[in-house]
Write a new protein. Structure first.
Length: 148
């Protein structure tokens, strides 16, 4: 039934459950997966007085750490997929709207299912618990399986 599954993750424990469920489903169906990590850009108001050199360095370091985290999380997902015998592609994208990046990845790659956790707990999205999942559910034309 499903041949290509996209699995979003932010590296949080709950998101990793979504990855595990997605990989298990893909294995049982003989489907391939694309695992996506969306790095939200760090926006800095350039006219604000607190945009001192140290502040800008800290923001740049945070952005670098998030990209390193994305690489690490995607490497773990690829390893888990390989161990499960599931064909896996990893995607790291920078986008201010994670739900749009997830939906676009599903469409661009011809995915027929999105498997994701009910919410994440890292990055800026931790302030908006469940908002990415809700937006994917609301806007995706691709079926969505939500895991807890």
């Amino acid at each position: 039934m499903y041949r290509h599954i996209v699995i979003p993750t932010d590296g949080s424990e709950l998101a990793e459950h979504g990855v595990a469920h997605g990989l298990a489903l893909a294995k049982s169906l003989g489907a391939k997966v694309s695992v996506i990590f969306v790095v939200e850009p760090t926006l800095v108001p350039t006219s604000a007085p607190e945009t001192s050199g140290r502040f800008l360095e800290a923001v740049a370091r945070y952005a670098e750490l998030r990209k390193e985290q994305a690489t690490s999380v995607l490497d773990r997902a690829a390893t888990a997929a390989k161990e499960a015998g599931v064909s896996c592609e990893t995607i790291q994208v920078e986008n201010g709207q994670p739900h749009q990046a997830i939906i676009a990845a599903a469409g661009d790659r011809g995915c027929d299912l999105i498997v994701m956790s009910s919410h994440g707990r890292s990055g800026l999205s931790m302030l908006l618990i469940g908002s990415v999942t809700n937006k994917v559910l609301t806007n995706a034309k691709t079926p969505v399986l939500v895991c807890q």
